[in-house]
Design a binder for this molecule. Structure first.
Ligand code: SF4
Length: 278
């Protein structure tokens, strides 16, 4: 078996920054240290943070003292204000790329555009973007969702940072056919675009493709979807224990990529497991 890891795989800038801020908070800020929702969408990393004393909570009501960390996806700015009013220390680990999407959405609304957010309605990042842009925005996950767009003359588009550019292009192309004026901020982040391009390229070359990362991670799931379109022998695994030796044939060429929230140590364990199958 031959194994090749994609050129861009694993932790992105935003995740590394959030982890760094969290570990710094553990050392020097008031305890307990809580994150609003899991810090990143990787259960193994969240478990290891919990062992160090970082607890994930769903709402501010579960915290009565200490420090609260806002994760990379961001939140409604009113939540940050409320945390401060409650006397909590706030560490804002919202990824700067997500903040840019929030700012672009607010700008489009201020300029009078009907806001269209390309992304997943229930994803925390999209919920945060909507919170920064008032009411009335339309969330579009796929082209068909545009049928919910009311009669608008000017539409302004922002994108969940982990969407595929391919999906964005399809939606924008359809939007241009129904709305007279469309202003677009392509807020797909570089880390996402680079991982997707490298993964798709590798999926073309190999016999079997492994995508490593949280099953609850939007960007990892999207990587697996994109790879599967190119190479049906694509498998999304969270840990090496999920790897089934029957996926591989003798002398198979195997590609490995990982989502932006997948740590290096899980990638190394996957490589070690593959080495035992060679
Ligand atoms: S995937 Fe992009 S937007 Fe999301 S945390 Fe990483 S760098 Fe930031």
């Amino acid at each position: 078996m031959r194994v090749k890891v994609a050129e861009h795989a694993g932790y992105c800038y935003g995740v590394e920054r959030a982890l760094k801020l969290t570990l710094e908070a553990l050392n020097r800020l008031p305890k307990p240290i809580c994150t609003l929702g899991p810090l990143i969408h990787n259960p193994q990393v969240v478990d290891s943070l919990e062992e160090k004393g970082v607890r994930a909570v769903s709402t501010l009501d579960e915290i009565d003292a200490g420090t609260v960390i806002v994760r990379t996806h961001g939140v409604d700015s009113r939540v940050i204000e409320e945390a401060k009013e409650r006397g909590l220390r706030v560490v804002d680990a919202t990824c700067p790329f997500v903040k840019k999407a929030q700012r672009c959405a607010a700008q489009l609304v201020a300029e009078g555009y009907h806001l269209v957010v390309v992304g997943e309605r229930d994803h925390p990042e999209v919920i945060g973007i909507l919170a920064h842009s008032g009411e009335g925005a339309l969330v579009v996950e796929r082209v068909e969702d545009l049928s919910n767009l009311e009669d608008v003359q000017r539409a302004g588009v922002v994108v969940q940072t982990t969407q595929s550019e391919e999906n964005l292009k399809k939606i924008v192309s359809e939007l241009l056919s129904v709305v007279g004026e469309v202003k677009i901020f392509n807020t797909v982040c570089d880390a996402t675009a680079n991982r997707q391009k490298a993964a798709v390229q590798l999926a073309r070359e190999v016999d079997v493709m492994l995508v490593v990362g949280g099953k609850n991670s939007a960007n990892t799931t999207r990587l697996a979807q994109l790879c599967r379109q190119i190479n049906p022998r694509t498998h999304h695994v969270e840990t090496p224990s999920e790897i089934d030796p029957q996926w591989f044939f003798k002398d198979a060429f195997v590609g490995v990529t990982a989502g932006a929230s997948t740590p290096d140590w899980i990638l190394k364990k996957v490589a070690a497991k593959l080495a035992t199958l060679s």
